[in-house]
Design a protein around this ligand. Structure first.
Ligand SMILES: [Fe+2]
Ligand SMILES: [Fe+2]
Length: 273
């Protein structure tokens, strides 16, 4: 059995710090074959940098997925996407001109795992200059290109807002991939399950970020945006004492590529100074 842990969007310093704090214990108790995380908000809530990604690599996370914010640090994000092209996958359904990889393959003790990242189209603000492709239209060719005979398991991070689109995409891929894990909303959902065809599914894994925030952002700033209607710039809280940690643990039979179990974990941990 291939055991995978996947952390929801690690948001800024509070998320990185808490992950570094809890991961050693989790690696010891669970002995996962592969540890993954969504990192679109890793560097102060927007995008990734080489430095922040390396913090997580040192902590024991092997590979990473992105989302609509993955390029937000511009040159710095591109540098991280290029330097860690073998570990960090960006959305596949955006124009090819963007930096980074549309798929990655990671080696584990139980064989090769293919990882993909896709953006939803419903209620998603399009931050790309060209229209993004609907996943339902492009996933067949993605699978054909990357899911080769040597792949033992395939994991898809579906980065989307609308629950309906996420549930539908899970059923669309049921039996064809090992797991479809939703990200982007930062709110964990209580619907982790293995679908009839053997695909582990959850609508949203949730986030690893400041508790008492709005999706990882200082709540005062988010409230100001809603109450005034002004485009108030967001910021990440510092020196937080409590951090939300959300992840899923999946068991996959490497002989068939089918999942047998998915367990979602949500907790609030004390952030040590
Ligand atoms: Fe996010
Ligand atoms: Fe996002």
């Amino acid at each position: 059995m291939l055991k995978i842990i996947f952390f929801g969007d690690i948001t800024g310093e509070p998320g990185r710090k808490a992950i570094k704090q809890i991961l050693p214990g989790l690696l010891k108790s669970e002995q996962p074959d592969l540890v993954l995380a969504n990192v679109e908000n890793l560097a102060h809530g927007k995008g990734v940098t080489v430095k922040t990604l390396e913090e997580l690599i040192r902590a024991g996370i092997q590979a990473f997925t992105g989302g609509n914010h993955i390029f937000s640090k511009k040159e710095l994000s591109d540098e991280a996407l290029n330097k860690y092209a073998d570990r960090l996958v960006r959305p596949a359904n955006i124009p090819e001109t963007y930096a980074g990889q549309a798929a990655i393959v990671v080696d584990t003790p139980k064989g090769k795992v293919l990882i993909g990242n896709f953006l939803g189209s419903v209620f998603m603000e399009n931050q790309f200059h060209d229209p993004i492709d609907s996943v339902f239209g492009m996933i067949e060719s993605w699978l054909k290109t990357y899911k080769t005979s040597e792949i033992k398991a395939t994991l898809v991070d579906f980065h989307a807002e609308a629950t309906s689109e996420k549930v539908a995409f899970g059923y669309f891929l049921d039996g064809r991939v090992s797991a479809v894990l939703g990200t982007h909303t930062h709110i964990p959902t209580a619907d982790a399950k293995v679908l009839p065809g053997g695909t582990a599914y959850i609508t949203d894994v949730g986030m690893c970020g400041a508790a008492g925030s709005v999706l990882g952002v200082k709540k005062e700033l988010s409230l100001a945006r809603f109450t005034t209607g002004n485009r108030v710039a967001f910021d990440i809280p510092e020196d937080v004492s409590k951090v939300e940690i959300s992840y899923v643990m999946i068991m996959i039979d490497e002989a068939t590529g089918q999942a047998s179990e998915i367990e979602a974990q949500h907790s609030i941990v004390d952030s040590k100074p």
